[in-house]
Design a protein around this ligand. Structure first.
Ligand SMILES: [Fe+2]
Length: 185
């Protein structure tokens, strides 16, 4: 289940000039703490604005921070960009959309997959049990993502035409893409 909350519910005040990463506890963060972090970062565009760029052929992303306990990424999306179905192995995560709209989909066995629009100003968080797929719903979408423990492996899923689902373990450094565009459409 995806958890949504407004910025007002979760954001902590970060004084101007303070790097939000230096205030983090020296341990893994839970999904609520990750959501508070991405909500903070949304209010600090000077930390990510210069990384924004778009490509229809390969999703643009930039690492904003990585340490022993958390990694943080900026991702930019057009409607051609699609992660395919995936999980985050051992990591919890949070996503904040700062511009445009993403679609978060969740697979439903034996029924219609769930598809949830996530617009600018909204965020959600999830635990390691979460399986999803993110696609750009506009050609100018920008999102901030945080994971703890830092992403190392992910599970990439393929759903065959007859509905069989299989998982392939991939490195976090490999860009997530649908494994079978025809079956995943
Ligand atoms: Fe993900």
């Amino acid at each position: 289940m995806t958890d949504t909350a407004s910025q007002a519910d979760t954001a902590r005040e970060v004084p101007d000039g303070e790097q939000p990463f230096t205030a983090l506890p020296e341990r893994n963060l839970d999904k609520r703490e990750l959501q508070a972090l991405v909500d903070e970062l949304a209010a600090r565009p000077e930390l990510w604005r210069e990384e924004v760029a778009f490509s229809d052929t390969e999703r643009h992303y930039a690492s904003l921070h990585r340490d022993e306990f958390v990694d943080v990424w900026l991702l930019c999306w057009t409607r051609q960009n699609d992660t395919g179905w995936h999980d985050h192995d051992l990591s919890s995560g949070a996503v904040r959309v700062v511009q445009g709209v993403l679609t978060e989909s969740n697979p439903r066995i034996g029924g219609e997959h769930l598809a949830t629009p996530v617009g600018a100003g909204s965020s959600f968080c999830f635990g390691p049990d979460h399986i999803h797929r993110l696609t750009g719903a506009t050609d100018d979408a920008v999102s901030v993502h945080a994971y703890s423990p830092p992403l190392w492996r992910l599970g990439q899923y393929d759903i065959t035409e007859d509905g069989l689902m299989r998982r392939v373990s991939v490195s976090y450094a490999d860009e997530l893409r649908p494994m079978d565009t025809a079956a995943a459409a």
